[in-house]
Design a binder for this molecule. Structure first.
Ligand code: SF4
Length: 597
């Protein structure tokens, strides 16, 4: 937590010389949270007055984002990653250990206000878990000894700046390099743009076959062209650095070690679509990357590669701001991300219109993933054939995978598209794998009989998550973890996802607790299909995947827990009524459920 200043002085400082702006509301709230461990009521009133918004609107924004709070958190706000791979590495025991050491209940600030210990969704450190965030900064490679040290530091009130620096070391863990990660040439994509012009760059991108690396795979050249041809008084470039899919962490590595290329790709895009302003939407879990990214932007400004008259070209003006997310998985969806960028709750928009026509502030906007911008810069420099030389026809180039779970060498692997699951498992030292979850919680559960399938847009598309489960794992734990994740992350806008997700999670819990019957499995199929076909956005349409996939491919994880064919209650009614019986002084035979009077 930062210290010093009153609510008013902090807000005055945030507004700066440009004055207060509605589209920066989320950034003000994020900064206030950092100063005061919550957003104080007087800050809400001040912002409501200055921005001419109802206070309820501001409260709605705070409630939407997991990292914002109206009630104070502890001076040390500790969030354990609740990702399934962290569980597999013992995070739940470490979470319990820290709560016990500090005498704190999970999710509740300690009465003296010193500390809060809580859970959060995946922190993007699955290759070096278990991990936690303390006041937004990642601490990885947790073990019992490190937890003991953390407890001591918290009790002593030691400032984070004085914690052992190795606690905050985040490794890149690059294990396999190919086209993108192998490239060590100096960037000259912008010279290529100057010399060849925007149309030639678009033709190169078209011929390269580059498709969006976030998972959806929309052709990049088409997106840029549609935006360029959309008439408006302003165009925008947005880098989606909000990778929140459980098990994905490759953007963390690109932003840490290849940010120059990514920014070059954004600047290239700006030159093609004629944008003056860009944004990097950085997930809050990667706060440790903010300062290094600011430094990259500043270096590029000083080198004439960002700002006014880029490369001395009059009229080629483009700059980039970093916008912090605040813990909302749904903001990885491009229209939600744009809403969030405008300072609102990240509710997905209706489409069409698409962002290329009406995006940020209703102006044409290109939203691309970190990896996509990096690939675009390299294609402009090396040409379409260089890129097409790797991969398969409909899936050209390479893909970065974030590999975690049961394997000897977790980390970042770059492969040409078309690589098989079997080859990847051999490379990362996965023995005895029973399943791989490709593309995260929203992706596909791939059984051992399918390990010859390939990473490709026309087979197994992925934004990058690749989680390995060996035969010692109960896959129902994974399904339960993902079901809870989707309930937590649903934005609540549409009923199939909001209500259906809860019903589905409850049924998974019922199976897990050994109270379910065949009837419940049929209910799961039916509710899962309904959520898949009638939800408003991609979060809802993919949320039932883990349940439906495992019901088909791993029926035994459900069947071995079933109690029978008919209806089974999800809880023990007789036990639940015991308090009422005690108060009423009844313990005769007919006071018990299931006994006919
Ligand atoms: Fe929100 Fe879920 Fe509906 Fe998407 S599907 S709009 S996340 S409630």
């Amino acid at each position: 937590m930062e210290s010093g200043g009153t609510v008013h002085s902090v807000i005055d400082g945030l507004a700066g010389s440009e004055g207060i702006r509605r589209d920066r509301l989320l950034q003000y709230l994020y900064a206030l949270q950092g100063h005061f461990s919550h957003v104080p009521p007087e800050a809400i009133d001040r912002l409501a007055s200055d921005l001419e918004l109802p206070a309820s609107h501001i409260r709605g924004v705070i409630a939407f984002y997991s990292f914002l709070h109206e009630m104070p958190r502890g001076d040390f706000d500790i969030l354990f990653s609740d990702s399934i791979t962290d569980h597999m590495q013992g995070s739940r025991e470490l979470h319990r250990q820290l709560c016990e050491r500090l005498g704190v209940a999970s999710g509740q600030p300690r009465p003296d206000g010193r500390v809060t210990v809580d859970l959060t969704s995946c922190t993007g450190m699955c290759d070096q878990g278990p991990a936690l965030l303390v006041n937004g900064l990642a601490v990885a490679r947790l073990d019992a000894a490190r937890i003991d040290t953390i407890a001591g530091l918290v009790e002593a009130g030691t400032a984070l700046a004085d914690w052992p620096p190795e606690f905050f070391a985040v490794e890149d863990n690059i294990r396999r390099r190919d086209l993108l990660l192998d490239d060590s040439s100096e960037g000259n994509a912008l010279q290529a743009l100057q010399v060849r012009g925007a149309e030639a760059i678009l033709e190169s991108l078209e011929r390269s076959g580059l498709r969006g690396r976030g998972g959806a795979g929309f052709p990049t050249a088409t997106k840029w062209r549609l935006c360029r041809e959309s008439d408006a008084d302003a165009h925008y470039v947005v880098c989606n650095a909000d990778e929140g899919e459980p098990g994905t962490f490759k953007d963390r590595v690109l932003l840490n070690s290849h940010a120059d290329r990514m920014v070059e790709g954004m600047t290239l895009c700006a030159g093609v679509i004629d944008a003056r302003q860009g944004y990097i939407y950085l997930r809050a879990e990667y706060r440790h990357l903010r300062e290094p990214l600011e430094a990259v932007l500043q270096r590029r400004r000083e080198a004439g590669l960002l700002g006014r008259a880029i490369l001395g070209s009059d009229g080629f003006d483009f700059d980039i701001e970093i916008h912090m997310g605040a813990g909302a998985y749904v903001c990885g969806e491009e229209s939600s991300l744009i809403e969030s960028l405008e300072g609102k709750r990240g509710i997905p928009r209706k489409r069409p219109p698409f962002p290329v026509n009406r995006g940020f502030h209703n102006r044409p906007t290109v939203v691309n993933n970190v990896e996509t911008f990096m690939a675009a810069a390299l294609i402009a420099q090396h040409g379409a054939d260089w890129f097409r030389g790797a991969g398969t026809g409909p899936s050209s180039g390479t893909k970065l995978l974030s590999i975690s779970g049961d394997c000897e060498r977790p980390g970042i692997y770059e492969y040409p598209y078309g690589v098989s699951i079997r080859e990847i498992l051999a490379d990362c030292g996965a023995r005895d794998a029973q399943a791989v979850q490709v593309a995260g919680a929203a992706g596909a559960t791939v059984a051992a009989s399918e390990f010859d399938r390939a990473i490709a847009f026309d087979d197994l598309p992925t934004g990058g998550s690749f989680m390995v489960f060996d035969k010692s794992r109960d896959l129902l734990d994974m399904v339960l973890n993902f079901s809870r994740f989707f309930v937590h992350e649903s934005c609540g806008f549409c009923t199939p996802c909001r209500v259906g997700g809860v019903l589905l999670r409850d049924l998974v819990e019922k199976v897990h607790a050994g109270h379910a019957s065949d009837y419940d499995l049929e209910e799961m199929r039916s509710i899962g299909s309904l959520i898949r076909t009638s939800s408003h956005c991609g979060l809802g349409t993919t949320a039932p995947n883990p349940v439906l996939d495992t019901l088909d491919k791993f029926p035994e994880i459900y069947r071995r827990r079933l109690t029978g064919n008919g209806f089974e209650p999800a809880f023990d009614l007789d036990a639940a009524l015991s308090d009422a019986r005690r108060i009423a002084g009844r313990d005769d035979e007919t006071a018990h459920a299931g006994v006919e009077s």
